[in-house]
Design a protein around this ligand. Structure first.
Ligand SMILES: [Zn+2]
Length: 108
C-alpha cells in the first residue's frame, strides 16, 4: 500500500479537496482509508433503552486512496510514491520501502 495509518495526506478530489489530515485507518482490500477530519459522515445510533435519545456520531468515512496524496514528511510536499527494494537490509531479508518522488528521501 502506498499509504499507511499515521501518514499525513492531502485530499486531491471530492468534497474535501485541498484539505489535509492524518490517516487513521487503511482498508487495503477496499482501497480506502479514513482520514482525521475528512469526509465526515453522521452515524445515527439507536437508543439502547426505552426513553433514551438516539445519538448522532460524526465519523470520518473511508475514502478512495486514489483521492489522496501523501504529504512527504521530509519535504512537506504532496508527492507520488516510488517503491524501492532494499536488498537484505535487516535480518537478511529484502525490504520494500517508500521513496518520495520529489526529494528522493526514504519515507519509511
Ligand atoms: Zn519529499
Amino acid at each position: 500500500m502506498k499509504i499507511k495509518s499515521g501518514d499525513k495526506v492531502k485530499v486531491i478530489a471530492g468534497k474535501d479537496k485541498g484539505k489535509k489530515g492524518k490517516v487513521l485507518q487503511v482498508f487495503p482490500d477496499k482501497g480506502r482509508a479514513s482520514v482525521e477530519g475528512i469526509n465526515l459522515a453522521i452515524k445515527h445510533l439507536r437508543p439502547k433503552k426505552q426513553g433514551e435519545k438516539g445519538q448522532k456520531i460524526e465519523f470520518p468515512a473511508p475514502l478512495n486512496i486514489s483521492n489522496l496524496m501523501l504529504l512527504c514528511p521530509k519535504c512537506n510536499k504532496p508527492t507520488r510514491i516510488k517503491f524501492k527494494i532494499l536488498e537484505k537490509s535487516d535480518n537478511l531479508r529484502n525490504k520494500k520501502v517508500r521513496i518520495c518522488s520529489k526529494c528522493k528521501e526514504l519515507i519509511d
